[in-house]
Design a binder for this molecule. Sequence first.
Ligand SMILES: Cc1cc2nc3c(=O)[nH]c(=O)nc-3n(C[C@H](O)[C@H](O)[C@H](O)COP(=O)(O)OP(=O)(O)OC[C@H]3O[C@@H](n4cnc5c(N)ncnc54)[C@H](O)[C@@H]3O)c2cc1C
Length: 387
Amino acid sequence: MSAITATPIRGLSDGQRDFQAAIRDFAERECGTAELRERLTEGYAELHNQEIYEKLAELGWLGVAIDERWGGAGGGMVDACIFLEETMRGLVPIAGYGVSLIVAGAYERFGTDAQKEEILGAICRGRVEAIAMSEPEAGSDVGSLSCRAVRSNGDYVLNGQKTWISAAHIADHILVVARSDDSGSKHDGLTMVSVPADADGIEIRGIQTLGGKEVNDVFLTDCRIPAERVLGAAGGGWMQLMAGLNVERLILAASALGIAQRAFDDVLAYIKERKQFGRPIGSFQVLRHRIADLATELESTRLLVYDVARKVDDDPDRMLPREASMAKLKATELAKRVALDGMQMMGGYGYASEYDMERHVRATLVMSIYGGTNEIQREIVSKTYGL
Ligand SMILES: Cc1cc2nc3c(=O)[nH]c(=O)nc-3n(C[C@H](O)[C@H](O)[C@H](O)COP(=O)(O)OP(=O)(O)OC[C@H]3O[C@@H](n4cnc5c(N)ncnc54)[C@H](O)[C@@H]3O)c2cc1C
């Protein structure tokens, strides 16, 4: 693997620095060569390797930000960001983790003890959980979703289609956001229901994408789920989604930062080696300056992401619409830029599958779309300035 060039994160405890070093060692040992990564991903077709995921669970790392009562390590968002950044940088194929962590946040905030034990305990042990908000006609305007959850004899009966659901094909449950009451505004009457992925009346179908096997359509047809599987308040789904936005945006930002750093490290190593006109291409000023610009962007983005993580840890209940959206916007735009600039700086070899850069491009292009598009993040940021 190419050398790590990131400046150490300011203000980490000794324990957090050791944690970061241990993840780097793990990634190097388990995923540090193209041969290892090809094997773990079945020739880059799979984005999630359950064996690696369970190894991380055994080390106690999947529960790093989950309360000790439920089997976690009791850390916070800074710890989670370290884990996400380093596993992404190390190209560890655990695509089911980010979305599991988003679900974990919702259970930490709104779950009963029994639900926390079931879902948070399972995540710590290496199980994947998915969340389904988006629908074919409800993307950015997710509040207009129309999937129904109708009360019937102590159960909820779900009907509708969810789309783009990350990791649904490898998840134990899908946390479905459905409309249980349409007498109020579009944001009233939404309910979160945890649907077992093998329930009667659920069908999960993969969607072909540029990124490989990652997202799914989920069809719900008279899918009957006991009311105990409702998370939080019936009808309170919108407020519960809003309460998770800081954490969701940080998860995406830290992941983007990790892949951006990896793309940077890879291209830097390449341009030091590759010679044209009798000298390393990295000695040409145009490439040197590009590297300087990307490095500056990476360092400033890292400061932003970890600053937001610290703010969330200081006060988990405080909404940070401006800061969290800025972190998601900045880190995901940067990841795309580093990967695309990296490809350009590597010439034809950046485009060849022999190198990772073309996969970095594919992985980063979508980051400005999911988790609320970057146009929507800009809308949120500009609103906080009174526009
Ligand atoms: C790989 C991937 C994984 C995903 N994972 C999940 C998941 O696990 N669970 C889940 O529920 N969803 C998931 N999604 C869905 C994702 O959140 C949506 O794709 C996203 O919110 C955008 O919705 P849309 O695709 O319908 O685009 P649209 O909402 O149709 O947007 C199309 C374009 O219009 C722009 N636009 C729309 N409204 C506005 C506006 N008001 N102002 C300015 N511009 C606007 C958008 O920015 C975008 O450029 C995933 C999507 C992808 C691609």
